[in-house]
Design a protein around this ligand. Structure first.
Ligand code: ASP
Length: 371
């Protein structure tokens, strides 16, 4: 079954295919109005959302399909203690595709391992948010005419900002990308992105606390909110929340063709005066997100039909006995308090080898490094 849990689940060719479909939907919306007639999308949102949930719902309605679901954990059986695995099995009996948001990292992956329909990660804790990346990529592509050969600045909460992790993962596969990471020391990019993605792929990057110093170099500026709900300590949040506020004067030395993105919601990281600047693209980004979600639903539903037809294929289990196995099951324990394994006790603790030379293992669900 094809799912979208991590943006790397799709090749760059597949991402281009989604953008081509989204562009075609923008140009010929009438030809898509009945494409999902009789199909149901289940939106399982265990955490608040405005854009992502409503954009998925709008996307499905515009394709002629229907939507079922819930918008908070309290109104689901999770409040009674149901596991993500069981919820996924149950919803598979009612719907054709699932979009899931969950505060625990790896929860949509667990859902995909138990569902018999495609699962889309609509945001898992501070980990990933691949469908926001689809919106970001289409915005960059339409506004700049390319996805490579550019300097992209990420500013704000790079530690807990899941949209940043997913977009860096995606951009690292294009030619000529340079990244500037602008954050307070406490909110720097996690090592599973910085080390495993940027260093591993040889992507040039700078790490700084000074937004204005790098402003003249940027082609794309990706502002983010400091993620209050992920802080273990609210005093730290209060101390860091106003670290960066983009105002018109700070844009004086920026390129005339810079584009300013933000996954939204904005708290105060971009002053409303910047909205009038033609370089501000964050509301267009919202609209492009809906078209990319339409393209994604179409692709996954089409591939689900294919995988049903192929479901009789032989399954070969390959067992490798080495000192450094590819995978460790119930040997190590994930200590990340935000990982889905911290609340769903029956889950196996699975670690995958991500760096053979240094024998680094990371949790399959949240990518925390094994201690
Ligand atoms: N809407 C984005 C997310 O769900 C960004 C944010 O909440 O700051 O991650």
């Amino acid at each position: 079954m094809r799912n979208l849990i991590n943006i790397l689940d799709f090749s760059t060719e597949e991402l281009q295919g989604l953008m081509d479909t989204a562009n075609d939907i923008i140009d010929h919306p009438e030809t898509y109005r009945e494409r999902c007639k009789g199909k149901k999308l289940a939106t399982l949102f265990f955490e608040p959302s405005t854009r992502t949930r409503l954009s998925f719902e709008a996307a499905m309605y515009e394709l002629g399909g229907n939507v079922i679901g819930f918008s908070e954990a309290q109104s689901s059986s999770a409040a009674k203690g149901e596991s993500v695995a069981d919820t996924a099995k149950v919803i598979s009996c009612y719907a054709d595709i699932i979009a899931m948001r969950h505060p625990k990292e790896g929860a949509p992956l667990v859902a995909s391992m138990n569902a018999s329909i495609p699962v889309i990660n609509a945001g898992d804790g501070g980990h990933n948010h691949p469908t926001q990346t689809l919106a970001d990529l289409l915005t960059i592509y339409r506004e700049k005419g390319r996805l490579g050969n550019m300097t992209v600045g990420f500013c704000g909460d790079l530690k807990y900002g899941r949209t940043v992790h997913s977009l860096i993962n995606a951009l690292a596969r294009y030619e000529g990308i340079k990244i500037v990471l602008i954050s307070p020391d406490e909110l720097k990019l996690p090592s599973y992105v910085k080390k495993d993605i940027l260093k591993e792929r040889g992507i040039p990057y700078e790490q700084t606390t000074d937004l204005e110093a790098f402003m003249p170099e940027l082609d794309v500026l990706y502002m983010t909110r400091v993620q209050r709900e992920r802080f273990p300590n609210q005093d730290d949040y209060l101390r860091l929340k106003d670290s960066y506020i983009l105002t018109p004067d700070k844009l004086q030395n920026a390129k005339s063709d810079l584009i300013i993105l933000h996954p939204l919601p904005r708290v105060n990281e971009i002053s409303v005066e910047v909205d009038k600047d033609p370089r501000a693209c964050y509301f267009k980004q919202v609209l492009y997100g809906k078209y990319m979600r339409m393209a994604l639903i179409l692709k996954l539903l089409k591939e689900a039909q294919k995988s049903y037809a192929l479901s009789c294929d032989d399954i070969t289990v390959i067992e490798k006995k080495t000192d450094t196995p590819e995978c460790l099951v119930n040997v190590l324990h994930c200590n990340n308090p935000r990982c889905i394994t911290s609340t769903e006790r029956e889950l196996k603790h699975i670690f995958k080898l991500t760096d053979r030379e240094n024998r680094v293992y990371r949790c399959l669900y949240c990518e925390a490094k094994a201690e």
